[in-house]
Ligand binder design. Sequence first.
Ligand code: TRP
Length: 386
Amino acid sequence: MTEEMKHDVSNEDASQVPKVEAPPTILTGDRPTGKLHLGHYVGSLRERVRLQNSGEYEKIFIMIADAQALTDNADNPEKVRQNIIEVALDYFSCGIDPEKTTVLIQSQVPQLYELTAYYMNLVTVARVQRNPTVKSEIQMRGFNADVPVGFFTYPISQASDITAFKATTVPVGEDQLPMLEQTREIVRSFNRTYGPVLVEPEALIPSGEAAKRLPGLDGKSKMSKSLNNGIYLSDSPDTIADKIKQMYTDEGHLRIDDPGKVEGNAVFTYLDAFCEDRHFEAYLPEYANLSEMKEHYRRGGLGDVKCKKLLQAVLEETLEPIRARRHEFEADIPGVYQLLEQGCETARAVAAETLDQVKDAMKINYFSDASLIEEQVAAYAKGGER
Ligand code: TRP
């Protein structure tokens, strides 16, 4: 067995390690590098609010991962700083309720970095290099050997985020599955080496194609800030109307009578994500539901403008209350910072408890373990030598 294999737990049988039980707890988070858009909403925010209100979870933590954002934005702290409030406003206006959910800022919980330092001993460089998300992110950013060490090791830091709060459930997009796998390996390795302390989390992946990958207005790539193809939760109705007008539909659908394609047509992908039967009664009673409307579009005779008008009405129904709540929170920025500060305080207390357990298990608790000193006193009293 090589040195590397000895530390690399990825292929080991999980059943050998006793599972640590914990009450249902959610942790998830976002990097604060921009305002949140509709892709975030259908892919995660909507689901987080549902989970929050389901009553099935004892504790819920949502992390604004500023330290992780700095791993590849080290030279742009102002961007990260300005986006903390944007992301917080987006959370609270979507219905994240500070009474039920602890919203915290990663950098304000120093315990996470102590955990990261210890977890680093349980993971090999080769293992991080195999992480598909890290691989593609390194490629995307054009890093080679010049990848910052902090960026390279962020999956280990993310394992600290998750385990510090003893999360059982981590709602994330598919791209985060390798992070969850890494976390689970660290948990098993830790528990096997030091004793049962850490909780193995499960990923919770959104269901439905549109929720997984809402395309941008161009209909091709995923909605993203860098591609400038998104509709933001904070966009005004006029901005949204303009964006919908530009939206990609079907190139072959030139005249209303032409048969149209629904697949790959961004307007229909968005309708899939947002439209319910009741919307037809309200805005387009000639159809009972989206399938009927799609059928007409495929046949020919249904124009893009009409489809876009429906989309705009449906989106506005979702976004109007979010926008209104955002305006309320925007009028009390100090209050929002207060909520975040309280969240950080709550989070620090929880993370500190886990860190204490970790350090006990790792035997780095010299001043709180009375038996250590007693044993050594006794040993030295016997013969003066050990
Ligand atoms: N890596 C996540 C992203 O890019 C953000 C994140 C940081 C996160 N820490 C986390 C997600 C912990 C879930 C759990 O979106």
